[in-house]
Write a protein that binds this ligand. Structure first.
Ligand SMILES: C[S@@+](CC[C@H](N)C(=O)[O-])C[C@H]1O[C@@H](n2cnc3c(N)ncnc32)[C@H](O)[C@@H]1O
Length: 274
């Protein structure tokens, strides 16, 4: 799998997911073709409280393809600048924007035009002004050094083929003392090589996931401190069967190898100083 192939496939699948929400085809959109997405999906379903979703446009909720609820776990204060890496339909950007008002601002960054259009439409419907959606790649963040208080992200860093670069960019744009507060899929132990090589599972947020150890090590080497990884949802046998279906792999056999080893987790760290 070359970097260009992975990026093109990710962009194409998430563009399709956005179009299906925009056209009203609801969440039959993805199944394993993107990070969860089918209703009842073990990765993306039931991440937000009713109070959170009730205050958002329906299509922001339908487009939710994360694996956690980073804004529920991140500390956010009025006046702060938040950046969401891979903001999709904008759900976490809109939730953050309310928390940092008055005086703060939430940026969403995404490389997929259809997701950006959907996110901007959701912002307009929500009537939230302290938000800006930027087009770009998380490996080259279009913001200046030391300009962000909190980086959030929801199930996106696992999709990158250059995670070292993503972490360096996150470190660069954070202010001294700034927080990294990210939901992501992580692996405990190891998963079989055929899982790692499968493009459907890469686009589905599993194959590219870092191990807990590797994530911690990379954050440390980038310069972060106060690093922690807390599992928020561990995927068991039935969950593994669900994300392995449609991948062309032997679901039942592999589900036994991966059950309990793939999880949604909250990853936190801090840039020194401040
Ligand atoms: C799994 S979805 C998550 C969307 C959103 N965070 C959520 O919770 O609903 C992944 C999103 O990240 C974007 N994405 C993936 N790789 C990216 C990259 N390298 N740079 C920018 N955006 C990327 C995709 O376009 C898609 O909108």
């Amino acid at each position: 799998m070359s970097t260009d192939d992975v990026k093109a496939t990710v962009r194409e699948r998430y563009g399709k997911a956005a179009r299906q929400v925009t056209d009203g085809a609801q969440s039959s959109c993805c199944s394993t073709a993107c990070c969860g997405g089918a209703s009842g999906d073990p990765i993306t379903s039931n991440l937000y409280t009713e109070a959170e979703t009730a205050a958002l446009p329906e299509k922001a909720v339908l487009a939710s393809l994360g694996c956690g609820n980073p804004t529920a776990l991140a500390e956010l204060h009025p006046g702060e600048i938040v950046l969401d890496l891979g903001s999709g339909g904008g759900i976490d950007v809109l939730l953050s924007a309310r928390r940092v008002a008055p005086g703060g601002k939430a940026y969403g960054l995404d490389m997929t035009d259809e997701m950006l259009a959907l996110a901007r439409e959701n912002q307009r419907k929500a009537g939230i002004e302290n938000v800006e959606f930027l087009k770009g790649e998380i490996e080259a963040i279009p913001l200046p050094d030391d300009s962000v208080d909190v980086i959030i992200s929801n199930c996106v860093i696992n999709l990158s083929t250059d995670k070292g670069r993503v972490l360096q960019e996150a470190f660069r744009v954070l202010k001294p003392g700034g927080r990294f507060a990210v939901s992501d899929v992580v692996i405990r132990g190891e998963v079989p090589a055929e899982v790692r090589r499968n493009m459907e599972l890469w686009v589905g947020c599993v194959a590219g996931a870092l191990t807990e150890q590797d994530y911690q090590q990379r954050l440390f080497e980038t310069g972060f401190e106060a690093i922690g990884i807390e599992p928020t949802r561990v995927y068991e046998f039935e969950d593994a069967m669900a994300f392995l279906s449609g991948t062309g792999l032997d679901g039942e056999a592999l589900a036994r190898d991966v059950e309990g080893r793939v999880m949604g987790a909250f990853v936190r760290a801090r840039k020194p100083g401040g």
